[in-house]
Ligand binder design. Structure first.
Ligand code: S3P
Length: 464
């Protein structure tokens, strides 16, 4: 029986959205958003915390873990690889690490659902241990390129059998006699860098990864937290990370900060809905993740980072956000990696700004959970926004106020597309509908409930 209220409210993070959210949702014009927004734990850090705790010797404790579908897939995969992971009654998680190289062959193929981070990092973690593991995922993940991770992992001595074009499902045969590698990544990708570092954990000697554009460094920071020897240097235009292999990792108590990529949705919503004023607490403000907030400042917003502290190797702050009139912007392609997941919501902000915004150097957006350039372009057009799509970007004619809205948007199994257009509906003249709100549970369970508590009106929709 469906017991959902028509307007979703007053639920906590967790299963509510999974079990209760119907497919389509409609977002109506919101009253001023007010209050405190508790955003769930960082997705990148949560995956890594479970993986590195699994490789420590003994019991680690993790608090603030993101309990979303993506992260729970990683938990299930690690359990299938022989690690005991428990949720404590008091909240928080306990992981009984098996030590570097201690994972076991799973009985069944591993289903990573929608999660690119889960599958690519686990490929790295299993590539230098003599295991045979089959990975698969949903329709979105099955379209995404895995060759970028397979290529360096085969240099360690692993072997992958993938579907045509390096797609899932794939079977990875980890190496029993791995060799450390030196590898320069071809695309700016923290997932590829992290897959290499995690593989390097069980290779004797020094593994070196070089990147032209530095990407998020949570893996490096967390490896140090667990006691690994990791060095990073920037020389001659190259960012170089070196890891000494086969360390004994010590268990830790780790706190996961709030996710800046999830915080981006309530933050932009508060900028766009007149009269709004919200505080988003305990967000990770690692500079490799906060590019969006710099761009929003260039557009005329006044978002303040207050109460800064360092927790488990990451800088954390509260974000104070007030509504603001925004002006157009042109982003520097070199900063794209520091905000790679935030472009969908940034395009929504640009659609309401005064003037034409230009975003280039974004070819990577075409291989995310959906082709985010095409899907955002289609959705914005359906809501009365004028734009031009390029192979590597988009130019958006800002409306200098609320766009017409009234569109029905196809989200293509992409959580960030879904949340971006629900935010547009809060500020547009007419309600905006999305065909499927369920993927939101991959990164931000409780999103609709939280936004409704702040003043939004997200309702179960009537799209066919
Ligand atoms: C992530 C890296 C990024 C990002 C993804 C999370 C990570 O992907 O888009 O959501 O946790 O390392 P790429 O490495 O493909 O850029």
């Amino acid at each position: 029986m469906d017991t959902c209220p028509r307007v979703l409210k007053n639920s906590t993070f967790g299963n509510h959205v999974n079990t209760c959210m119907t497919k389509s949702l409609t977002s109506h014009s919101a009253s001023a958003l007010k209050g405190h927004a508790p955003v769930p734990g960082d997705k990148s850090i949560s995956h890594r915390a479970l993986m590195l705790a699994s490789c420590a010797v003994g019991e680690s404790r993790i608090s603030g873990l993101l309990e979303s579908e993506d992260v729970m897939r990683t938990r299930d995969a690690l359990s299938a690889l022989g690690v005991t992971i428990r949720r404590r009654e008091s909240g928080g998680w306990t992981v009984d690490g098996v030590g570097v190289g201690g994972l076991q062959t799973p009985q069944l193929p591993l289903d990573l659902g929608n999660s690119g981070t889960g599958v690519r990092l686990l490929m790295g973690l299993t590539a230098t241990t003599p295991l045979t593991v089959t990975f698969y995922g949903d329709a979105s993940l099955s379209r995404r390129p895995m060759g970028r991770a397979i290529e360096p992992l085969e240099k360690f001595g692993a072997h992958a059998d993938a579907r045509h074009g390096g797609r899932l499902p794939l079977t990875l045969k980890g190496s029993g006699a791995p060799v450390p590698i030196r590898y320069r990544t071809g695309v700016p990708s923290a997932q590829v860098k992290s897959a290499i570092l995690l593989a390097g954990l069980n290779a004797p000697g020094t593994t070196i990864v070089e990147e032209q554009i530095p990407t998020r460094d949570h893996t490096e920071r967390m490896l140090r937290l667990f006691g690994a020897d990791v060095a990073a240097e920037h020389r001659d235009g190259v960012h170089r990370i070196s890891l000494q292999g086969q360390p004994e990792l010590s268990p830790v108590h780790l706190q996961v900060p709030g996710d800046p990529s999830s915080a981006a949705f309530p933050a932009v919503a508060a900028l766009l809905v007149p009269g709004s004023e919200i505080v988003i607490e305990r967000i990770c403000v690692n500079p490799r993740r906060t590019g969006l907030y710099q761009v929003l400042a260039d557009m005329g917003s006044d978002i303040r980072f207050v109460n800064k502290t360092v927790v488990s190797g990451e800088t954390v702050a509260d974000l104070k956000v007030k509504a603001a009139a925004l002006k157009a912007v042109e982003t520097d392609p070199a900063t794209a990696a520091s905000m790679i997941d935030e472009f969908p919501i940034l395009f929504i902000a640009a659609s309401m700004a005064e003037g034409k915004s230009i975003f280039r150097g974004l070819a990577e957006l075409r291989v995310k959970e959906s082709d985010r350039l095409r899907v955002m372009a289609e959705g914005l057009k359906a809501n009365g926004v004028k734009l031009e799509e390029f192979e590597d970007g988009i130019a958006i004619e800002g409306c200098g106020g609320p766009p017409h809205g009234g569109g029905e948007v196809k989200t293509h199994l992409d959580h960030r597309i879904a949340m971006a257009f629900l935010v547009l509906g809060m500020a547009a003249e007419k309600p905006v509908s999305i065909d499927d709100g369920r993927p939101i549970a991959t990164s931000f369970p409780g999103f609709a409930d939280l936004m409704n508590r702040l003043g939004a009106r997200i309702e179960r929709g009537d799209m066919p």
